[in-house]
Write a protein that binds this ligand. Sequence first.
Ligand code: UFG
Length: 330
Amino acid sequence: MKILVVGGAGYIGSHAVKQLTENQIDVIVIDSLETGHIESVPSNVPFYQVDIRNKSAVKEILEKEKVDGVIHFAANSLVGESMSNPLKYYNNNVGGTESLLEALVETGVKYIVFSSTAATYGEIATMPITEDMTTCPTNTYGETKLAIEKMLKWTHGAHNLNYVCLRYFNVAGADFSGTIGEAHTTETHLIPLILQVPLGQRSHITVFGQDYPTEDGTCIRDYIHVTDLVNAHILALKYLMNGGESNIFNLGSNSGYSVLEMIEAARKVTGHPIPMQIGERRVGDPALLIASSEKAKRVLGWEPQYTAIEEIIASAWKWHQAHPHGYKEV
Ligand code: UFG
């Protein structure tokens, strides 16, 4: 089996490449390197620096490499930026995927696993969130991912392209080897920002609001370890290749932690006091997001292994300690 990982030099993509190769699956990678890191791609994996909007280049690679399936991670994914620059997100996420799908259809590729998001749901009143609940995104990022899910549905109806959309909740942690991890130029995620305090890169962590209708007043999120997350992609590919119907699955851990609980867990893991300040709410943050992943467990046979929050943070801490400036040697 040969799999093309699109966006394979990014945070989640690089973990997928590692796990696929460890499972003796042939992998090739396409990445524009706009936000990805070439250092995260193993030197023995064929790598093409190509933007997915360049259809002729993507087609050439597909014709040469003859892949059996695709995992598609390539996207812009900053919620705040998607609100100030929505057309960038429509152009790269929606336009890029449209171009990629044309290339797949024209070269006869039959299977795609797509990186979607819990941001497709928007504000949901009932927890845990199941896949049949209303999708009403509150930001452009989620809207573009939902548009792609719909594009896949209609493309599947017209062409023999079978898909699985995986709606991620809060992806976190790093491969336990400590060799690859999260390295964003613009960091907005809670765990890496908390860990910048014990690394000496910031004085404190700001909690975005303590007046939410939760027990301690801070937002609750469902954190899932990146290794468990990418494992679901391999299961999804196998499911499709065994004749499974096109489908959508949530990926989370069915449990939630508040921002204060996350800071406390990081204090335990790092042994650092991690000072904090309570700040204003961040616009667009729902109080509570918890996934039901029962469908992924039942249909794909997926079982997350690393659900303890200290273990998730410890894996991120190992990566950030060894690479305080990400892949850059500073
Ligand atoms: N937070 C803080 N302080 C910070 C950073 C974050 O208090 O400095 C809080 C946020 O307000 C939120 C929680 O920590 O309540 C988690 O924030 P993240 O930015 O780490 O993650 P989000 O839940 O906002 O978003 C994540 C992904 C999105 C995806 C979304 C889907 O980053 O791409 O989950 O649920 F769309």
